[in-house]
Design a protein around this ligand. Structure first.
Ligand code: SF4
Length: 211
């Protein structure tokens, strides 16, 4: 694996989603940590990708007020742990808006305008979202998220396994919503537990059906 290095990137924002870390332990616990945003761009970067994602901090989003359609540029670092970090690049810096999108967003999806704060995501909680919806109809929605998931596989030796999972923070009434397949949560020397959705009820238990 090559050492991380700093590069320059530039592109048009196609989606902005919360960047989250989820800790799983069988089906006893699923804790979501809200650590910033992932911006998904089409453009160019020194690595040669035309479509890529950059992790930014909550503060950077608050300051830049980035939105879908903005053309932005900046620097970032390649990943040190690709199996733990979904975004292609992180530790972003020197972000500058080259051209601001002034068009209304709601024709694309109702939840594409002003990006919610970390506190809003924290308070709402998330339900599992079908991976194909995340890639397709939900991609531009700011309630969609691709989480960096850590599975506690062995407590005694603190061994964790890593993967990525899609979630939705949106209203329970959203007609696009589908949870997708049940998710297996492995643990050493036993069968996997199955997250069949009841953890979603716990994670979103503080809001009603129409919220
Ligand atoms: S299902 Fe969730 S992520 Fe998809 S459009 Fe609806 S609110 Fe957004």
């Amino acid at each position: 694996m090559s050492e991380p290095y700093k590069l320059e990137w530039k592109g048009i924002i196609r989606s902005i989603q919360p960047r989250t870390r989820v800790w799983r332990y069988l089906t006893d616990n699923r804790t979501h940590y809200h650590i910033g945003y992932n911006i998904f761009l089409e453009g160019e970067c020194e690595e040669g990708l035309n479509a890529f994602s950059v992790a930014i901090s909550a503060r950077q989003q608050q300051k830049g007020m980035f939105r879908i359609g903005d053309i932005v540029q900046g620097t970032a670092w390649t990943k040190k742990y690709p199996q733990r970090e979904f975004a292609d690049y992180y530790k972003a810096g020197e972000i500058r808006v080259i051209e601001r999108n002034i068009q209304a967003m709601d024709s694309i999806c109702p939840w594409t305008g002003c990006i919610p704060s970390m506190e809003v995501y924290e308070e709402r909680g998330a339900r599992m979202l079908s991976m194909s919806l995340w890639k397709g109809k939900c991609f531009k929605c700011y309630y969609a998220a691709m989480a960096n998931v850590e599975i506690q596989w062995d407590f005694d030796r603190n061994i964790r396994k890593y993967r990525f999972e899609s979630f939705c923070y949106g209203p329970k009434t959203c007609k696009k919503y589908k949870p997708g397949k049940f998710r297996a949560v492995p643990y050493k020397n036993r069968d996997s537990a199955l997250d069949q959705g009841w953890l979603d009820e716990i994670c979103t238990g503080n809001r009603g059906w129409d919220d």
